[in-house]
Design a protein around this ligand. Structure first.
Ligand SMILES: [Ca+2]
Length: 331
């Protein structure tokens, strides 16, 4: 079926070797936060180029400054892997206001000649449901040859006109290489969740998935998963970044749209030990796994209610997938 032997143990680690040459000097500091083009609704995100203002000039282009503080990592409201709640202190940092876009990743590739893992091997995991086997969870994901960040759904798909959508089909090493190019890094789980919760309690943060009128405020799945996505949020797949109101930290799409890589090795729950976990994707036993956060356009309340700040899943470090992207942080 494929060259990589998806779901088979023993994949070799392919190191990301790309010097973070510091293309932007550290004097690009802008304490008020760098401006994006106006985002926050569907007409604005549709008009966004995918490149924030001052891109290539300010090392914090498109980022927001998060003040340090204490918070509770995890939730007692969610799945077992989100427990227990652990108090954590977070120092201040900068974080991308949006998921890294195709236009931003294209800029990186053009500057460096970087070739992603999905292009080198060449395949990525794509979600395709056969109505005849729709009730078998393991049947939904396929390793598709020719799927990569330029062809998110495989041959026949492309990113023409999609510079404002999140880049997908990128591995942990790919995401790290992009971050290093900017002099950035990937957030750890606590940093990511602290930025996503934005001072809100778990119940309040979870309710923010819909507004007071019940309208979706993120790109997730409405309808009976996996066959019926009504697209009440305006999209039945990837959405451009920034189509919904920002969270209180000014961050877009911290829940929904695409899962996002973090730098943490996955453990079954906060503080170690085992917990019951409903997996989203099959995994190869033994392969190192990292924590991914925030859920995606495939998260439905009737199957996988993970379009939430505290949700978490394990992802193999070298498995590119069509529902998985990232954002970066910086000092
Ligand atoms: Ca949707």
């Amino acid at each position: 079926m494929n060259r990589r032997g998806l779901w088979v143990a023993g994949a070799a680690l392919i190191a990301a070797v790309l010097a973070g040459a510091g293309i932007w000097a550290a004097d690009g500091y802008s304490p008020a936060g760098s401006e994006l083009a106006p985002l926050g609704d569907r007409s604005r995100c549709a008009a966004y180029s995918g490149l924030p203002q001052a891109w290539g000039e300010d090392r914090h282009a498109g980022m927001a400054r998060i003040a340090g503080g204490d918070f509770g990592l995890g939730s007692q409201r969610g799945y077992g892997e989100e427990r227990p709640v652990v108090r954590a202190h977070i120092a201040g940092f900068w974080i991308d206001r949006t998921e890294v876009t195709n236009a931003q990743f294209q800029s990186f590739v053009q500057a460096t000649g970087y070739i992603t893992e999905a292009e080198r091997h060449p395949s990525a995991a794509v979600f395709r449901v056969d109505p005849n086997s729709a009730l078998t969870p393991g049947s939904w994901w396929h390793l598709v040859e020719g799927a990569d960040w330029r062809h998110p759904q495989g041959p026949g798909s492309d990113i023409a006109g999609r510079g404002h959508e999140p880049v997908v089909d990128v591995t942990y090493a790919d995401a790290q290489a992009y971050a290093r190019w900017l002099g950035h890094r990937l957030p750890d789980e606590a940093q990511w969740e602290y930025a996503a919760k934005a001072g809100r309690g778990d119940a309040e943060a979870d309710r923010a998935l819909r507004d007071a009128q019940g309208r979706p405020q993120a790109n997730f799945w409405q309808g009976a998963f996996p066959l019926q996505d009504r697209g009440e949020d305006g999209f039945t797949g990837l959405a451009p970044v920034g189509c919904y109101a920002a969270n209180p930290n000014g961050l877009q799409d911290m829940v929904g749209n695409v899962w996002e890589w973090t730098s943490d090795i996955y453990q079954d729950h906060h503080g170690g030990g085992l917990a019951e976990s409903q997996t989203v994707m099959p995994v190869r036993s033994g392969a190192p796994r990292r924590v991914i956060k925030g859920g995606s356009y495939l998260c439905s309340l009737d199957y996988c209610a993970r379009a939430r700040a505290s949700s978490r899943q394990a992802e193999e470090f070298d498995l590119p997938a069509a529902h998985l992207g990232f954002r970066t942080i910086s000092d």
